[in-house]
Design a protein around this ligand. Sequence first.
Ligand SMILES: Cc1ncc(COP(=O)(O)O)c(C=O)c1O
Length: 387
Amino acid sequence: MKKPAPRRRPAPETGDDGPPVPFLDLSRSWPSLEKEVLEGIAAVFRDSDFILGARVAALEAEIASLCGAPHAVACASGTDALLLALQALGVGRGDEVVTTPFTFFATAGAVWNRGARPVFADIDLATFNIDPRAAAAAMTPRTRALLPVHLFGRCADMEPLLAAAGGRVAVIEDMAQAVGAEYRGLRAGSMGDAGALSFFPTKNLGGAGDGGMVVTARRDLEGILRQARHHGMSAPHRHRFVGTNSRLDGIQAAVLRAKLPRLEGWTAARAANAARYGRLLAGMSSVRLPAPVPPGEGRHVWNQYTILCDRRDALREHLARRGIGTAVYYPVPLHLQRCFEGLGYREGAFPRAERACREVLSLPVHPDLRRDEQERTAEAVREFYRE
Ligand SMILES: Cc1ncc(COP(=O)(O)O)c(C=O)c1O
């Protein structure tokens, strides 16, 4: 008997523009990962190695080595990594932490949740990172830590920040978006007192759920972090301080370890995509491309490829009509978030961060982006501005 013909899936709405260009499509890397990831997960079940355990310890060693920091302590998210780092460094009530208003909310949220006060300093529009001079100017006798963010995968200008901290004030690198990034020969996470990583699935090294890690060169911090993530327990049922439950599980570690050997290749693909946008969008007057990292100054790992552009929202709609996915990171600066009203900042306080929020647009740059998709994206940008 003849087999019934397989039911054809209806073709996606393409119009004249071809199939959609997703902003990010994690499913594309799945076929090449499936075998290792599923074997890794099966082994976790076989060994009943569910929380922390051997795989998490191995991942900690691997990430420590990747970041050039001798110690790494895994936890449940990037947000917790920030919280734990702040706690281990003694940041709490009455303290101020200088950070950027142009970042994901978690950066300042963690400071707030420690009972400390986020103090914002404006950014450098060329890099989207905190301006070291503004950071130094925002410091007061109550400043307990500086919290620069290596935004979009580019390291903050760490040398003047470390100089401003002068060893008296702690420096925490929010490197949620910047695993493997470099600054003047040093890896992200190896420059400050601690670095906080996120393994959120969209990050350059993303898990199958939430996850995070603190890396540090300070042995004294490592011990505190290990206790802090486990209710402050120093020996079975002995607590010298109050910590929390923030542990990474074996399944996440198995997934991340299966992906880790590919990170270098993915980062290179991101960098190649960024360089291609540089060529495809060169010479446009309505669009400002990300400033290149000068030779010898470091390595951008391109978690996002973010442009500044005129009429951003209209451009975004135009691209959406062509089926091209984009994102706005971030539409509202943190000093103007409702929850921080009590901090007393007004519109105009940080003009460069506010301008970034009005003008930024992130284009697809993920490692599985195809050349034709990128060409269509760039063409659609040019078409919008008729440039
Ligand atoms: C700059 C920055 N900091 C902190 C976080 C928080 O990480 P998570 O989502 O893993 O809690 C993120 C990511 O979402 C981030 O992008």
